[in-house]
Design a protein around this ligand. Structure first.
Ligand code: 13P
Length: 273
């Protein structure tokens, strides 16, 4: 856990603020993408829950839409949070195939991903839509996890920071300082997602520190300091602990390795306490 002297408000379970010291509780999230049916979700949870009973970090599971209700019922009363992979910007209406924040909350969700790299690059979501989804999440009572990250071409061209700047500007600039502390940022370099090629600890720390600097500059320390920054991209049981120990990394957003209960529990156990 990292500490700073600048933030004093109570922010629910994620942020513990006492005597002017901010403590960012590590968050370990599993994004299941388009994997696991509702029955498979239940089959995961049965062995997983006892494995993480004593775990210290905040744990978040992000199954596909059809599994949310089943997962929400099983997780009710546990300390494991539920999140969704996407939402629509409108609260209701004639939007065939879309899912609203209110529906997600009713399933038991506390969080929702916005701007995941697969939404940006496979489904073509622009920054402007990502921002509207982030606002729709807040309007519907969900905490948004804003995903940012550069492609390999952008990294090789030395554009990592300018890509992050554009995505952060679009996602967060001008957002109310009342809401900002409830944002989570996930730095997921596109080239590390699903490739087995994890960012080095230096690359992950550099990007997270740059994002922390952007927050201090652009939204101010008191709103920016409590914001948790996760690393995502080929996080596995054998590399999680060193990534989670980085000074500006407050957790992990795990894809493939979160599909196995034992492996994901090992990743959770690697978070600093
Ligand atoms: P992998 O862990 O499978 O690389 O996926 C990362 C990711 O996209 C999580 O959102």
């Amino acid at each position: 856990m990292q500490e700073s002297q600048s933030y004093t408000r109570e922010r629910g379970p994620a942020i513990l603020a006492a005597k002017g010291v901010t403590v960012r509780v590590p968050l370990v999230a599993g994004n299941w993408k388009m994997n696991k049916t509702p029955s498979e979700t239940e089959a995961f949870l049965t062995p997983f829950l006892p494995l993480v009973l004593q775990a210290k970090p905040e744990i978040l599971l992000i199954p596909a839409f059809p599994s949310l209700d089943r997962a929400g019922r099983i997780l009710r009363g546990t300390r494991i949070r539920l999140g969704a992979q996407d939402l629509h910007v409108e609260p209701r209406g004639a939007f065939t195939g879309a899912v609203s924040a209110e529906m997600l909350v009713d399933c038991g969700c506390h969080y929702v991903l916005v701007g995941h790299s697969e939404r940006r690059h496979v489904f073509g979501e622009p920054d402007e839509l990502v921002r509207r989804k982030l606002e729709a999440a807040f309007a519907g009572g969900l905490r948004p996890i804003l995903c940012v990250g550069e492609t390999i071409a952008e990294r090789r061209a030395g554009k990592t920071e300018s890509v992050l700047r554009i995505q952060l500007d679009a996602g967060l600039s001008g957002l109310s300082t009342r809401l900002l502390p409830d944002v989570v940022i996930a730095y997921e370099p596109v080239w590390a997602i699903g490739t087995g090629e994890t960012a080095t600890t230096e690359q992950a720390q550099d990007a997270a520190a740059w994002i922390r600097g952007w927050l201090h500059r652009e939204v101010g320390s008191s709103a920016g300091e409590p914001i948790r920054i996760l690393y995502g991209g080929s996080v596995k049981p054998d590399n999680a602990a060193e990534l989670l120990a980085l000074p500006d990394v407050d957790g992990a957003l795990v894809g493939g390795a979160s599909l196995d209960p034992k492996g994901f529990a090992q990743i959770v156990a690697g978070a600093p306490t």
